[in-house]
Every structure is written in structure tokens, then in C-alpha cells.
Design a protein around this ligand. Structure first.
Ligand SMILES: Nc1ncnc2c1ncn2[C@@H]1O[C@H](COP(=O)(O)OP(=O)(O)O)[C@@H](O)[C@H]1O
Ligand SMILES: Nc1ccn([C@@H]2O[C@H](COP(=O)(O)O)[C@@H](O)[C@H]2O)c(=O)n1
Ligand SMILES: [Mg+2]
Length: 483
């Protein structure tokens, strides 16, 4: 499935002219001068970081620390070790004479082809290298999905200019030779089960000369040199800060101050991982979707106005707190939005919840075909519920209705689980004073205007109607009965 430009898709989907945002700089500054801006200001290509340095200098440790700190981003680590050539029978017999530290030991063409796919949004299978058997086909390959950040790590990752060209940032981990040797002895005798004489022999015959001849000369390509590897927390913090700026992840929030993306944690990423996985069972999908919905609802409620309130605690002390906003209601966009009603009811006792049904006609038309709203909705703050903000067409229909009913724009909070940038642009441009609360911003829309990476047809997965070929008929009937 190919991808259209954001402008094309929005114009095709909404029929309205989309002027879009054209932002420069940021992520795009590659070593070859290429930039990767798109009309939405969201970068589609991943940010590629190269991490080189001598063996046992602490490259993997530094990468792990960066990944840990970038926990709210999709980051993958691709190790150059995975691309060692398999040894022939002859080479295996005389493995102690094989130079694993020479540039020719790596299949760079295979690495480049994997990177090409990842950069273009395709998943790849990366071989798992086994240091004991010297083979990369003993265990099944690791499936790596396209990500926001790709870290390429390896002793000679800066050696091939074609691989260097891919990198937005190059880091060289600079650790003293004696420290590297000491760590290598400990690692190779422990993890790789080698004896110390073999380790020392390999070091003097191949590792040290290759470091001097091939690895050290690539230090000049580095943008950042980290002395002391993983011990250098200051350098790692600065690198992470720089990556965050370059990713421009919060650019949408900067453009639209009324867009709130809830603070990501590993728990939240874990829940997203589960509900986005096409293999997840209905039961788990509902369980984790419910957990995420609850977080979004709680966050959304935090944006309601409040009044100060003082109470007397059981110790007789005065506690100065706040009183909940009383005049509020929910409105769910049938049918997916109904999945969010329970969480809202659980948070707001006795809350009134209205419904709106919007039916998609053809590729781009959206028609409002049913509504049942509280009569006094104009006097209430409205929490609009729909788990997915895609093109923004349904949202615009729903919000337009609320505004027609007299709800002031600032009194509308649109709650969803995932938002496509296109939808955010469309909604925020038309209704700049509403608030949107979401848990993740998506990459974009595909040719069929479906959110990617997305989570599929939310309503079907949540209500278990994946196999139902006429779900809308039943839903329309249910909605008309006011259920
Ligand atoms: N700062 C450090 N202090 C102590 N041990 C370290 C440090 N950094 C790395 N190590 C250890 O040294 C060995 C090599 O580190 P690693 O990060 O795997 O290096 P590389 O990927 O460059 O070969 C590992 O066993 C690791 O646990
Ligand atoms: N079968 C192999 C393959 C590689 N090596 C050594 O690994 C080092 C590179 O890995 P790092 O994690 O340290 O970057 C390199 O020095 C190779 O000599 C090996 O010993 N056996
Ligand atoms: Mg390593």
C-alpha cells in the first residue's frame, strides 16, 4: 500500500482546501543534506543514530541508556553483529584465524537493504547472531517494526560511507584500551564461554590491530564523542535531549496548545502495544483498551473548570481543595465512542450521556444520521467520546452539531485514544477553542484514510463483531432505540 501526501489525503477526504503547515529544519538535516519534511510538519522517516567504538567500549550500554530515556518513542536497536557473514566449513575449522574485526567480516549490503525497508516504513527480519556457533541462522530472526528512532550499533558502523550517509547523528564511544580489554576478557570468558588464552590471542592478533587500522580512524566522522561510555550521564542526557528536539514529537502540541497528549510511560506504551497487536484476543483488547480509556477520561476531566472548596478532615483540620464541575455530560459517537461510556460513568456518577451517529457515505462523505442529546446541553461542558481521530471528518460533524445546539466551543473536550495528525489539523483549524485529549499521536493515514499504525476497526474489535459483515445495521437500530 503506497502513501499519499498529507495534503492530497486531506483534500480528498474532506473536500475542503487544506493549507497545511510547512515547517523546516528539525529532523531533516542528514549528512547528505536530504530533508524529510512533509506537509503536516510531521517527519515520516525515522531518526537514525549510529553508535561506533571499540569492542567492549560500552556501545550497547550507551544505546540501552538512550532507549531507556526515550521510553515514550518507538526506538529500535539494530546491531552490526547481526550482519556478520556466516563462516564456511573451512573457515569454521580454523576459526581462530578468522578476523571478526575486519570490515569484510560484515554483510553491509544486507544491512543496507534492511535499513532501506525500515526507513520506508516496512518491517524487517534481522538475523540473530550466535557468538558461540559463529552463525546467524541458528535462532529465528527478530522482527523489527518501523520506528521513530533507529539506532545502528557496531564497531565498524561508520566504516562504509553508504551506511554513514543514513545517519542523522553519529556517536563514538571512547573508552581506554585497557578498560576495553578487561571488559572483553570478562565478557568473552563469561558469556561466550571462551578461555582467557584464546581471548588474549584474538585480541593481539586481530582486535587491537583492527581497532587501530579501521575503527579509530572512523572517530573523525562522529558528531559526538563520549568518553567513559555509560558512565557519562551528562553526555547521554544531552544526546537524548537533542534527539527529542529533532524528533519534534510535540510539534503538534506547540502548534495547537489545546491538544493534550497524555504523558507516556512504559505502562501506557505496553497497553498500546497490546491493543495495536492484531493477534491480541478480544478479551485482552477490551481489558487494555478500557485501561487506556480510563486514563484518557481522567485526564480529560482534569481540564474541566473547578471552584475552590474547603472541607474539615476527621482530624479537625481544614483542607482546601476543589469542587468538581457539576454541569457536564458525555456524548459518544456511535458505535466506537460507546466503548468509552463506562469509563466516564465510573468517573462521574450519574452523568448524562448523549449519542451521535455519523454514517460514512462513499469514500469521503460523512452524514449525521442520528442524535440524541440532553436538552440542556448548551449549559453543560461536553466530553465528546470517540476512540480514533482519523481524517477528522466525523469529529467535525459531531462538534458542528454540538456548536449548533449552543454548546460554546471552549466547553467541548474531545477525548480519544489515538489521533492522526491530519485529523488534529482539520479539527483544530475549524474549532481552535475546543480541547483534544489523546494518548498517542499516530504516524498518519494510509490510502484508505485509515489511521496508521492504528489499531484496526476499533468498534469491531471492542464489541467482537470482527466477523459481522453488517454491523452498522444493528448499531443503527440500537442507536435509534436510544440504547
Ligand atoms: N560503564 C561501565 N562500567 C562497568 N561495566 C561496563 C560499563 N559499560 C559497559 N560495561 C560492561 O562491559 C561489557 C561491554 O559493554 P558493552 O556495552 O556490551 O560494550 P560494546 O557493545 O561496546 O561491546 C559488558 O559486560 C558491560 O556490562
Ligand atoms: N563470532 C564472533 C564475532 C565477533 N566477535 C567479536 O565481537 C566484537 C564486536 O562486538 P561488540 O559487542 O564488542 O561490539 C569484535 O571485537 C569481534 O572480535 C567474536 O569474538 N566472535
Ligand atoms: Mg555491543
Amino acid at each position: 500500500m503506497g502513501s499519499k501526501s498529507v495534503v492530497d489525503m486531506i483534500e480528498a477526504s474532506s473536500g475542503a482546501h487544506f493549507s497545511g503547515f510547512h515547517m523546516d529544519g528539525s529532523l531533516g538535516a542528514r549528512s547528505n543534506g536530504q530533508t524529510t519534511t512533509s506537509a503536516s510538519g510531521i517527519y515520516n522517516e525515522p531518526f537514525v543514530i549510529g553508535v561506533a567504538g571499540g569492542a567492549a567500549s560500552g556501545k550497547t550500554t550507551v544505546c540501552d541508556m538512550i532507549i531507556q530515556q526515550l521510553h515514550d518513542q518507538r526506538v529500535v536497536l539494530v546491531n552490526q553483529d547481526s550482519f556478520y557473514f556466516n563462516l564456511t566449513e573451512e573457515e569454521l575449522k580454523r576459526v581462530h584465524e578468522y578476523n571478526f574485526d575486519h570490515p569484510d567480516a560484515f554483510d553491509n549490503d544486507q544491512l543496507l537493504s534492511a535499513m532501506e525497508k525500515l526507513r520506508h516504513g516496512q518491517a524487517v527480519d534481522i538475523p540473530k547472531y550466535d557468538f558461540k556457533s559463529y552463525k546467524s541462522d541458528v535462532s529465528p530472526a527478530r522482527r523489527v517494526n518501523p520506528s521513530d528512532v533507529i539506532i545502528l550499533e557496531g564497531i565498524l558502523i561508520f566504516h562504509d560511507p553508504r551506511i554513514r550517509e543514513l545517519m542523522n547523528m553519529k556517536i563514538f564511544v571512547d573508552t581506554d584500551a585497557d578498560v576495553r580489554l578487561a571488559r572483553r576478557i570478562r565478557r568473552d570468558t563469561g558469556e561466550k564461554g571462551r578461555d582467557i588464552a584464546t581471548v588474549l590471542d584474538q585480541y593481539s592478533k586481530f582486535v587491537k590491530p583492527a581497532f587501530d587500522d579501521f575503527i579509530l580512524p572512523t572517530k573523525k566522522y562522529a558528531d559526538i564523542i563520549i568518553p567513559r561510555g555509560g558512565d557519562n550521564h551528562v553526555a547521554i542526557d544531552l544526546i537524548v535531549q537533542h534527539i527529542r528536539t529533532k524528533l519534534g514529537q510535540h510539534d503538534l502540541c506547540k502548534i495547537y496548545p489545546n491538544l493534550y497528549v497524555i504523558q507516556s510511560t512504559f505502562q501506557i506504551r505496553g497497553m498500546h502495544t497490546l491493543i495495536r497487536d492484531s493477534q491480541t484476543t478480544k478479551h485482552d483488547f477490551v481489558f487494555y483498551a478500557d485501561r487506556l480509556i480510563r486514563l484518557v477520561v481522567e485526564h480529560g476531566l482534569g481540564h474541566l473548570p473547578f471552584t475552590e472548596k474547603q472541607v474539615i478532615t476527621p482530624t479537625g483540620s481544614v483542607y482546601t481543595g476543589v469542587d468538581f464541575c457539576k454541569r457536564l455530560c458525555g456524548v459518544s459517537v456511535v458505535r466506537s465512542g460507546e466503548s468509552m461510556e463506562n469509563a466516564l460513568r465510573a468517573c462521574c456518577k450519574g452523568i448524562k450521556i448523549g449519542k451521535i451517529l455519523i454514517h460514512r457515505e462513499g469514500d469521503n462523505g460523512q452524514n449525521l444520521i442520528y442524535e440524541k442529546l440532553p436538552k440542556d446541553i448548551a449549559d453543560r461542558h461536553v466530553l465528546l467520546l470517540d476512540p480514533i481521530l482519523g481524517t477528522g471528518n466525523s469529529a467535525v460533524q459531531a462538534i458542528s452539531l454540538l456548536v449548533r445546539k449552543g454548546v460554546p466551543e471552549p466547553n467541548i473536550i474531545f477525548l480519544n485514544l489515538i489521533s492522526a495528525p491530519q485529523g488534529v489539523h482539520v479539527v483544530c483549524k475549524k474549532f481552535p477553542r475546543i480541547k483534544i485529549v489523546t494518548s498517542e499521536i499516530e504516524t498518519g493515514l494510509n490510502e484508505d484514510f485509515r489511521v496508521v499504525p492504528g489499531m484496526g476497526e476499533f468498534g469491531d474489535r471492542y464489541f467482537g463483531t470482527d466477523d459481522d459483515d453488517q454491523p452498522m445495521v444493528a448499531v443503527t437500530a440500537a442507536a435509534k432505540n436510544g440504547s
